[in-house]
Design a protein around this ligand. Structure first.
Ligand code: HEM
Length: 429
């Protein structure tokens, strides 16, 4: 087998930028069929190897995970302000940090958040007027932020919600593959970099203020970390890193998932009716309420629009995959977007069909990995799935949501694949 990894559209100077830069989602969708399971993408300043195959992803995340570490670029871009938080820390610091935040994510604790999740959703929905056209992405962001604030920080109201959402946008934009055919380093004095640095500073200040507003004695994540700090087990800066991480990782991803779920349902009336009927006949909502159709719609939206659409790793030691040698320090990308839409794993892969999940079809485990996998898998998975289920159910039992001609969202390649503008839905009471 060939020793040279196929390289996408090799052009002098600009490398693969022309193929990838204009529409990375479109590029990713056909890439495995065109280039095979392993291919290289290069732009000046950044080059990575893409594993567009479920078995290879499993290898990088699980079976050979000691050969792979989290990517240095992600750490450089996010670590500056998330520091030693669970998302960016490594090695012993990561293990210690993950243990410290774990108590907030046990199945028992998560079930106890259900009432708050339903209450917060009802409050947001209560503000929508009949016939009003809402931007569902903005509303979903407001909701997921207030759920993180109340369950993790113990705060009833979050005056800073608008500012946080804006600053997080500036941070996640910094991850977008550049429209220019080069990777711009973080120290360069560009407007995007300046916005990024200002946003990171503002978020740190906001979290410090949130910590100051805390009443002692509660059981949420913030209180648990503060008591660990008082007992000398954790430093103040570690507390801030963990809280910033949960604030950042815990709301935008879920808001994006909720947006695509509701927009997909509104644009697929038969699926919408099935879910609406189910949630309206479900009785009181709790962590135990069984809502299989709602879950299937969420699962399908997470397949088609995985909020985290690329996972970044870097080889610690060399590996050999599909006959190619991958040397140490190679950047590797595991592309949820491409694998979730691969016709080898899904019939009619670009169609929104929640019913596909009730039919048995053999697929490799990592044909679906919206929450990553292996030991660095998302700690908030259970929390997010419950929040999504309860939010969809509480919304659709209170109001109807109708698509408008502009509802179809168009994803933007930032840190998450959030919509590139407002996603309008009309409310009917
Ligand atoms: C639909 C919603 C969500 C999606 C799609 C998602 C996706 C992911 C993915 C793919 C990773 C792994 C990243 C990697 O391997 O490089 C991750 C990690 C993480 N997520 Fe989530 N996430 C979601 C919701 C949440 C929530 C609600 C929280 C917290 C409240 C959270 C907290 C974290 C943390 C702390 C990590 C780092 C885990 C570690 O490295 O130990 N996430 N998430």
């Amino acid at each position: 087998m060939s020793e040279t990894i196929p390289t996408v559209g090799r052009l002098p100077v600009v490398g693969s930028a022309l193929e990838v830069g204009s529409d990375p989602f479109d590029f990713l969708e056909g890439a495995a069929a065109e280039y095979g399971p392993v291919f290289r993408v290069s732009i000046p300043g950044l080059s990575f190897v893409c594993y567009a195959d479920a078995k290879l992803v499993e290898r990088a995340l699980v079976t050979e995970r000691d050969r792979y570490r989290k990517d240095d670029r992600e750490r450089d871009l996010l670590g500056g302000f998330l520091g030693e938080g669970a998302l960016t820390a490594r090695g012993e610091r990561w293990e210690r940090g993950r243990r410290q935040v774990q108590p907030a994510f046990t199945p028992g604790r998560i079930a106890a958040y259900a009432e708050e999740m339903v209450g917060q959703t009802e409050r947001v929905v209560g503000e929508w007027a009949d016939c009003e056209v809402i931007d569902v992405h903005e509303e979903a962001t407001r909701l997921t932020l207030s759920i993180v604030a109340s369950t993790m920080f113990g705060l009833d109201s979050l005056e800073e919600a608008g500012t946080i959402a804006e600053r997080v946008d500036a941070i996640t934009d910094r991850f977008a593959p550049s429209r220019l055919p080069v990777e711009i380093p973080l120290w360069a004095p560009t407007p995007a970099n300046r916005r990024y640095r200002r946003a990171a500073g503002d978020l740190e200040e906001i979290v410090d203020r949130l910590i100051d507003r805390r009443e002692p004695g509660d059981e949420d994540l913030c209180a648990t970390l503060l008591s660990a700090m008082e007992a000398g087990e954790i430093t103040e800066s570690e507390v801030r890193d963990q809280l910033l991480t949960v604030l950042l990782a815990g709301h935008e991803t879920t808001a994006v998932a909720l947006t695509y779920t509701l927009a997909s349902l509104a644009t697929h009336p038969a699926e919408y009716d099935r879910v609406a009927r189910e949630v309206r006949s479900a009785g009181e909502l709790s962590a135990r309420t069984d809502l299989p159709r709602t879950d299937a719609a969420i699962r399908e939206a997470l397949r088609l629009y995985p909020p985290s659409y690329l996972l970044f790793r870097q080889t610690e030691r060399s590996d050999t995959v599909a006959g190619y040698r991958i040397p140490p320090d190679t950047r590797v990308v595991c592309p949820q977007w491409a694998i979730h839409r691969d016709p080898r794993y899904y019939d009619a892969p670009t169609a929104f069909r929640p019913g596909r999940w009730s039919k048995d079809r053999e697929r490799p485990d990592f044909a679906y990995f919206p929450f990553g996998g292996g030991k660095r898998a998302c700690i908030g998975r259970r929390f997010a799935l419950l929040e999504l289920r309860l939010a969809v159910a509480s919304i659709l039992r209170s109001v109807d949501l109708e698509a408008t001609p502009d509802t179809e969202p168009s994803p933007t390649p930032a840190l998450t694949c959030r919509p590139d503008g407002p996603v309008p839905l009309r409310v009917r009471r």
